[in-house]
Design a protein around this ligand. Structure first.
Ligand SMILES: NC(=O)CC[C@H](N)C(=O)O
Length: 320
């Protein structure tokens, strides 16, 4: 009888990298989960998942990759896409600017001259793009929004009622911004309906593999690489990615662009989504946030991966 030597099964190089970074940052215990939305304060700070989906549709994950959480601000990217699809580039630009702000995501501030919110990635701008979603009444608009998310995710998702109600009853700042924008004609009269839609989009449940698939769809010119469905017309992907690149990480966006050099969007529940155009999408979930509202482990993992693999968009190969 011959005994076969026991050899480790081949681990895909991407899987190996994910395992390594997960192990490296798992014990990093900095930051705290958001508490201003009562429902978010209940999350477990130890949860940590990472997922990569390539433009060929391959998926790799590590840690709590199945854990569901509310998408929060990451939804803003996709609703911006829907507003572009519904109204076109110039019409959207007339209501929401594309200038980065050095202010916090929930700052009550509009552009002094144009009275537009600064960009679609801060709360005021996101409420304005949400108000642009077409449809007859609240349920048609909500259904159009959910159908849009389903194209990116590749399956149905649902809205977490406790989080939605939590935001709906405590989101006075967002309500104040909406009324201010109504005053300047930046949003229409459906103020409460649009605010509900905004709170609902933020409460959509995803896991980090859903985020990676959504990011991979943007990396793949708007076509979901796992289902083959065109989630958004490809001509709008560049608009979505440029705004993400300049404004996606709140008031850390400049330093993020400088250090990591990739379009990304974070959310207060601890999600982070990164697009490597033409190559892959990355989704991370880790609830503890830094003082600007970005996931501490999420930022570390991305800085590490970008450096290790030269992912920065402006990285130049050394000429030999
Ligand atoms: N940064 C975020 O994720 C903010 C979204 C959150 N729902 C809010 O409106 O405050």
């Amino acid at each position: 009888m011959t005994i076969e030597p026991i050899t480790a099964p081949d681990v895909h190089p991407i899987q190996e990298v994910l395992n390594q970074v997960h192990e490296k940052y798992r014990s990093l215990n900095l930051g705290t989960p958001a508490t201003y939305i009562p429902e978010l304060a209940k999350t477990d700070p130890k949860l940590f998942g990472i997922c990569i989906v390539t433009v060929d549709g391959e998926q790799f994950s590590v840690g709590d990759a199945e854990q569901l959480f509310t998408i929060q601000s990451i939804s803003k990217v996709f609703v911006h896409g829907l507003a572009l699809e519904d109204h076109g580039r110039e019409q959207v630009l007339s209501k929401v600017g594309v200038e980065p702000t050095g202010d916090a995501f929930n700052a009550i501030v509009l552009d002094e001259q144009s009275k537009r919110p600064y960009n679609p990635m801060v709360n005021a701008g996101a409420i304005a793009t949400t108000s642009l979603i077409k449809g007859q009444g609240a349920s048609e608009r909500l259904n159009r929004m959910l159908a849009m998310f389903e194209r990116y995710i590749g399956h149905e998702s649902y809205i977490d009622m406790p989080t939605f109600m939590s935001e709906r009853t405590t989101g006075f700042r967002n309500r104040a911004m909406a009324y201010l924008m109504r005053n300047f004609g930046m949003i229409d009269d459906r103020i409460d309906e649009s605010l509900d839609l905004y709170f609902q989009q933020c409460s959509l449940m995803v896991n980090c593999c859903d985020l990676a698939t959504m990011a991979a769809t943007l990396a793949n010119q708007g076509k979901n690489p796992r289902t083959g469905v065109q989630a958004v017309p490809s001509r709008y992907v560049r608009d979505m990615l440029s705004v993400m690149y300049m404004c996606g990480m709140y008031n850390y966006s400049g330093e993020w662009a400088y250090r990591v050099g990739l379009p990304a969007k974070s959310g207060v529940s601890g999600g982070l989504m990164v697009v490597v155009p033409g190559r892959l999408g990355l989704g991370i979930f880790s609830p503890p946030l830094d003082e600007r509202g970005n996931s501490v482990r999420g930022v570390k993992v991305c800085e590490d991966l970008s450096e290790q693999f030269g992912l920065h968009l402006f990285e130049c190969e050394e000429r030999s």
